[in-house]
Write a protein that binds this ligand. Structure first.
Ligand code: FAD
Length: 293
């Protein structure tokens, strides 16, 4: 199935899990063992990220293929424009398609380490919207059925955007060029998400907007991730995490409680999709979803 088909079903919300390609073989083995635990939580589909600069390209495809072939669970590949020319993107799309991938999360990507400004690769693409357009053209040229396409949305505004209105206008372009679904950057304050969805609807963005949720696993880790993503940690959460300090078990318990409260509020508001950044672990997501599915 393709992304839009899940969201078209009457059953709400669509639940998806995002994993990342581990750095080494033991990590890959651990992920393979975790997949059945994740699947026991009955997500609708999964996605696998694409490492910075395309560093994990083969592993991304390998993992998506493994989950689909071994477990029969639809898994989309993330794809970024970083470091790839149009010809290379075409080659990657061919590989993904040949591996049975029918869903893609299409992204611009971040500048490589040490660089602050995103520069497209020679004969490459500059924006997520260009990648969406490129994929839609590629499908037509090959005579393929349309892929399911998702793009990123930023409730707290993307780093590079001067303001939320400009960022939303750019998001609208991504949807108009052919994306089926928007998945948001992680956020810890639901008010940001609700405002974002309202503003998106007000300018005519009709695509489903899945809420991106990252349950905290440790105080140090969340500071780093939130800093990279530009996601604000609310004072109340920060206070609790400061008190937990280096005690990861305590931080995780706080993260589970916080995320569970976010989910309950989102469900009350009729959220269309819950996309969990599961960080290749299952036990915390299990606690969050317990009794809700
Ligand atoms: P774009 O939509 O291209 O936007 C980037 C900036 O350009 C924004 O400020 C936007 O307002 C502006 N902009 C867009 N179009 C125009 C235009 N035509 N003219 C002027 N300005 C414009 N990164 C990875 O490396 N690998 C992953 O697997 C990955 N997965 C992700 C999954 C999700 C759900 C999300 C939300 C993000 C993910 N990221 C990933 C991070 C993402 O690559 C970065 O956030 C990146 O900086 C932006 O990508 P984008 O496609 O959203 O950018």
């Amino acid at each position: 199935m393709r992304f839009p088909e899940y969201y078209a079903q009457a059953k709400r919300p669509v639940v998806s899990f995002e994993v990342f390609p581990p750095k080494d073989e033991p990590g890959l083995e651990r992920l393979k063992q975790t997949i059945p635990e994740l699947l026991a939580l009955k997500p609708d589909f999964m996605t696998c990220t694409y490492g910075a600069g395309g560093s994990t390209r083969d592993k991304t495809i390998q993992i998506a293929n493994f989950i689909q072939a071994t477990h029969g669970m639809v898994t989309g590949c993330h794809l970024t424009c970083v470091g790839s020319s149009r010809a290379q993107l075409e080659e990657i799309l061919n590989q993904m398609h040949a591996a049975g991938v029918r869903n893609i999360v299409a992204l611009r990507g971040d500048p490589p380490k040490g660089e602050t400004k995103f520069t497209p690769a020679p004969d490459g693409l500059a924006y997520g919207s260009e990648l969406v357009e490129f994929i839609r053209d590629w499908e037509k040229q090959r005579g393929h059925e349309p892929l399911g396409l998702a793009v990123g949305g930023y409730p707290e505004k993307h780093f590079d955007a001067p303001d939320l209105a400009t960022d939303l206008a750019n998001l609208k372009r991504k949807v108009e060029t052919g994306s089926d679904v928007v998945i948001t950057q992680l956020f810890f304050d639901n008010a940001e998400y609700h405002r974002f969805v309202e503003s998106a609807r007000a300018i005519g963005i009709k695509a489903p907007i899945a809420a991106g949720l990252l349950p905290v696993l440790s105080t140090k880790q969340i500071k780093r991730i939130a800093g990279l993503c530009g996601s604000r940690i609310p004072d109340a959460l920060q206070k609790e995490l400061d008190a937990a300090g280096d005690d990861d078990a305590k931080a995780e318990a706080i993260g589970v409680r916080w995320c569970r409260a976010q989910v309950e509020d989102l469900l009350r508001h009729g959220v269309q999709g819950l996309h969990f950044y599961v960080l290749n672990r299952a036990s915390h997501v299990k606690k969050i979803l317990e009794g809700l599915r």
